[in-house]
Ligand binder design. Structure first.
Ligand SMILES: Nc1ncnc2c1ncn2[C@@H]1O[C@H](COP(=O)(O)OP(=O)(O)OP(=O)(O)O)[C@@H](O)[C@H]1O
Ligand SMILES: [Mg+2]
Length: 367
């Protein structure tokens, strides 16, 4: 039996468990805590910053993959040097780990990105602001997630603490008409499969809703996004699932926001929405078997995140809302934490979205 080792025990690892069982793979997870979201398959608990811990976990598996992008690049390289198959590999992963490297590589490959610069000092920030209408988006290069480490600024003083810690990425504040995400999977020898582009809605920098397919994008935007997805996967040598967060501008251009080289929140909608989910496809890609169909199973699928707490007693209130699927990540309650999501499928976009929102509303709690 092929053994897949996933580093990180979050909800992405958890959602690989079902597809791994169906595919007949053995999934093992190196989790951060013994109460992780993927605890059912957490065969080891340990610190992914520790080479020995990671090496001991990786030695007995056929392929290593990730639930997040925070494993130090040096450790990923050590695994590769020891002859262990790692997907995505260190060279590709390095691009997803650092937003400055990401901007540099995408620019070098000629892909469309917002205007950007690296600031090392307050003077650099002043200069960028003066040439970009007095406002910019500042980003910590590493470690950010769910909008943490991203700030709209109008004064160098807004990022003093960040500059003390190291370089800061500055970007033009893009006046996008909407945000999209393109997911694509790639096998080691180059076979790719792209899902239809989805529309995403962020609230306070955090993904709240996803709709498959992105409305009104049957023609050029969808084709452009899919083409971009394949080109980036190929250009960076990504293996597994690649998610590309995009801005669509009012004149119909696409700009790349960021990349994730793993299943992604924008792809949860593929579980019910697509013939092959992003989790199944990631496992197929990293174990190097032919990719599955990315066709949609329904005209529309809408995913809504649940934040804070997911109280299973509330399942009883879902009776009249059949056709909406609930995913509970088994996480402890915490304000603002992504603890689950729901997905509705249907024949009309508005009705499907309102059914998904109604069920998410049942679970949403102020804590
Ligand atoms: N240059 C920009 N112009 C306008 N809005 C932006 C820009 N960069 C980021 N944003 C907004 O902030 C959100 C979060 O930014 P980004 O995706 O870089 O952060 P993150 O914390 O890494 O996010 P994630 O939750 O995807 O891990 C984006 O989805 C977008 O809504
Ligand atoms: Mg993002």
């Amino acid at each position: 039996m092929t053994v897949v080792g996933v580093i990180g025990g979050g909800q992405l690892a958890r959602m690989m468990i079902g597809p791994a069982i169906e595919l007949g793979l053995e999934l093992r997870v190196l989790a951060e805590t013994d109460n992780s979201s993927a605890r059912d398959r957490a065969t080891s608990v340990g610190d992914y910053h520790d080479l020995e811990t990671v090496m001991n976990f990786a030695r007995d598996v056929d392929v290593v993959s990730f639930d997040h992008e925070h494993v130090p690049t040096d450790i990923v390289r050590e695994l590769e040097n020891a002859g262990i198959a790692v997907h995505p590999g260190s060279a590709a992963l390095a691009v997803a780990q650092d937003k400055i490297v990401m901007r540099q590589r995408l620019t070098a490959l000629g892909h469309p990105v917002p205007e950007w610069a690296v600031a090392l000092s307050p003077d650099d920030v002043t200069e960028f602001l003066s040439t970009h209408g007095g406002r910019a988006v500042a980003k910590l290069p590493r470690g950010g997630y769910d909008g943490k480490g991203v700030a709209v600024i109008s004064d160098p003083a807004d990022v003093t603490a960040w500059l003390d810690a190291g370089p800061v990425l500055l970007e033009e504040l893009v006046e996008f008409s909407r945000e999209l995400a393109q997911l694509v999977a790639r096998r080691p020898q180059g076979e790719t499969a792209a899902w239809p582009v989805v529309e995403t809605t962020q609230v306070n920098g955090v993904c709240a809703e996803v709709i498959l397919p992105a409305p009104a994008s049957e023609t050029r935007v969808a084709a452009d996004a899919a083409e971009l997805g394949r080109a980036i996967a190929e250009g960076l040598g990504v293996t597994g699932v690649l998610a590309i967060e995009l801005f669509e501008t009012p004149d119909g251009r696409l700009l790349i926001n960021e990349l994730a080289m793993r299943p992604h929140n924008s792809g949860h909608v593929t579980i019910e929405g697509s013939v092959t989910s992003q989790f199944e496809q990631h496992l197929r890609a990293i174990t190097d078997v032919p990719l599955g169909s990315t066709e949609s199973r329904h005209p529309w699928a809408v995913m809504v995140n649940v934040f804070g707490a997911m109280d299973t007693k509330r399942y009883a209130r879902m009776d009249s809302l059949s056709g909406v699927k609930v995913h509970n990540y088994g996480k402890d309650a915490r304000a603002g934490r992504k603890v689950g999501h729901v997905t509705a499928t249907g024949n009309d976009a508005a009705g499907t979205a309102s059914r998904a929102r109604a069920v998410a509303e049942i679970f949403s709690t102020d804590i």
